[in-house]
Design a protein around this ligand. Structure first.
Ligand SMILES: [Zn+2]
Length: 102
């Protein structure tokens, strides 16, 4: 049996007793096409990004790769999930909590 622990509070998650939430986070640098490229197909740009990523993979230089692309996977317990989803970007909480909760 696989045991999961919450990546936020480090508590063990008993999947028979409670839900485990899987957070998949993929962040990549948005590369805007240059003005001179405006007649090119969008797919070309995606290909270029793919090639850059592959080259970075070859280099195995994590620091450079992290600058433009990161993929993370977190397991969260139910209570941490509720906290996370309220503020996934880690913004500072507004002072008037509870004022307009819809
Ligand atoms: Zn947790």
């Amino acid at each position: 049996m696989i045991h999961y622990s919450c990546d936020r509070c480090k508590r063990l998650i008993d999947t028979e007793e409670e839900l485990r939430y899987s957070v998949k986070l993929e962040v990549c640098a948005a590369m805007e096409p240059l003005a001179s490229d405006e007649f090119e197909d969008d797919r070309d740009h995606l290909l270029e990004v793919q090639e850059i990523l592959e080259r970075l993979d070859d280099l195995e230089d994590d620091n450079i790769g992290d600058e433009i692309y990161q993929k993370k996977h977190y397991d969260l317990c139910a209570s941490c999930y509720r906290e996370f989803i309220k503020n996934p970007l880690g913004r500072e909480q507004p002072v008037h909590l509870g004022f307009s909760q819809n």
